[in-house]
Design a protein around this ligand. Structure first.
Ligand SMILES: Cc1cc2nc3c(=O)[nH]c(=O)nc-3n(C[C@H](O)[C@H](O)[C@H](O)COP(=O)(O)OP(=O)(O)OC[C@H]3O[C@@H](n4cnc5c(N)ncnc54)[C@H](O)[C@@H]3O)c2cc1C
Ligand code: FES
Length: 248
C-alpha cells in the first residue's frame, strides 16, 4: 500500500453522471489486482472523511483509470480537478479478491459497479478463461462504460430497466440462462447484490461490496458488514466476499 501524489493526466465527463479520471500512479499501477480499490483525497485540511473510495477500473502502463459517478460533495470537487494538478491516492487496498478458478465467468455490473469488474475481466482473459460481461442500468445514460467494453473487445449483454438500450429488465434476470459451470462475479447497488445472493441459483458467486469508508485500511471499523461469524471490514477482509460469507 502506497500513498502516492499522482498527477492528473485526464479528467473528463463521459456521459450521464459518469466521469473518467486518469492518474499517473506508477506504484499502484504496478501492484493493483482485480477487486482492489484506492482512496483519493478530495479535501485538504481537517475534513475527517477527506478521502473517497474508488475501484481501479483499468491500468494503462504507469497510469490508473477511475470511472466515477457524480454523487455528492466529494465527487463534485473531484470532477473539477484539472489536468496537471495532483491528487493524493492511497492504495491498492483490500485483501479479499475475486477468485479466478473455473473456465467460464459471468461478470455482472450494475451502473458504475462495472468499474469494480473491469480489471477482473482483463485478468481472466489473460488466463484464457471465457468471460461474458452483463451490464445494466436504469436507462441508456447509465451505461457510460459500454465504450470501454467495446474498445477492449469483450463480449457483453446490456440491460436497461426502461428498455432504452439492450434487453429490457434487470441484470439479475440473466442468472437462470447460465448453467452452474459459470462462476458469477457481481458489483453494483446493494439491492442488486442482495437479489443475486438470494436467487440461490446454484452458481458460485462473488460479490464486491461498497460501504462508507473513512480510513480504507482496517482501522476505523466504519465499513463493517455482518457475516454469520460476526462483523468483517469491507475495506480489509473485502471488498470481495463469497455470497454465503455475508448477510446483506
Ligand atoms: C470499495 C469501494 C469502491 C468504489 N468504487 C467506486 C467506483 O469505481 N466508482 C464510483 O463512482 N464509485 C465507487 N464507490 C462509491 C464512491 O466511494 C462514492 O460514490 C463516493 O464516496 C461518493 O462521495 P461523495 O462525496 O460524492 O458523495 P456523498 O454522498 O456526499 O458522500 C458522503 C459520504 O458518504 C460516502 N459514500 C456515499 N456514497 C457511497 C457509496 N456508494 N459507497 C461508499 N461510500 C459512499 C462518501 O465516501 C462520504 O463519506 C466505491 C465505494 C467503495 C467502498
Ligand atoms: S474504512 Fe476504516 S476500517 Fe474500513
Amino acid at each position: 500500500m502506497k500513498d502516492e501524489l499522482c498527477k492528473v493526466i485526464d479528467n473528463r465527463h463521459v456521459g450521464g453522471k459518469l466521469y473518467l479520471l486518469e492518474l499517473h500512479a506508477p506504484s499502484i499501477a504496478r501492484e493493483v489486482k482485480a477487486g482492489q480499490f484506492v482512496m483519493i483525497r478530495v479535501f485538504e485540511g481537517l475534513e475527517p472523511l477527506g478521502r473517497r473510495a474508488f475501484a481501479v477500473g483499468d491500468v494503462r502502463g504507469e497510469n490508473i483509470l477511475i470511472f466515477y459517478d457524480l454523487i455528492g460533495r466529494g465527487t463534485q470537487i473531484l470532477s473539477k480537478v484539472k489536468r496537471e494538478e495532483s491528487l493524493r491516492v492511497l492504495g491498492p487496498l483490500g485483501k479479499g479478491l475475486f477468485k479466478t478458478g473455473g473456465e467460464r465467468h459471468l461478470l455482472i455490473g450494475g451502473g458504475v459497479g462495472l468499474a469494480g469488474l473491469s480489471l477482473l475481466g482483463k485478468e481472466l482473459r489473460a488466463l484464457g478463461r471465457q468471460v461474458l460481461f452483463v451490464y445494466g442500468g436504469r436507462s441508456l445514460e447509465h451505461l457510460g462504460m459500454e465504450s470501454w467494453l467495446r474498445e477492449e473487445g469483450f463480449d457483453y449483454v446490456l440491460f436497461t430497466e426502461d428498455g432504452s438500450r439492450g434487453r429490457k429488465g434487470l441484470v439479475t434476470d440473466v442468472l437462470e440462462e447460465f448453467d452452474t459451470s459459470w462462476v458469477v462475479h457481481a458489483c453494483g447497488p446493494k439491492g442488486m447484490l442482495r437479489a443475486i445472493r438470494n436467487k440461490k441459483s446454484g452458481h458460485r458467486v462473488f460479490l464486491s461490496l461498497e460501504s462508507r469508508m473513512a480510513c480504507g485500511w482496517g482501522v476505523c471499523l466504519g465499513c463493517v458488514v455482518r457475516t454469520p461469524q460476526g462483523y468483517k471490514r469491507v475495506c480489509y477482509e473485502g471488498p470481495v466476499f463469497e455470497a454465503e460469507e455475508v448477510l446483506l
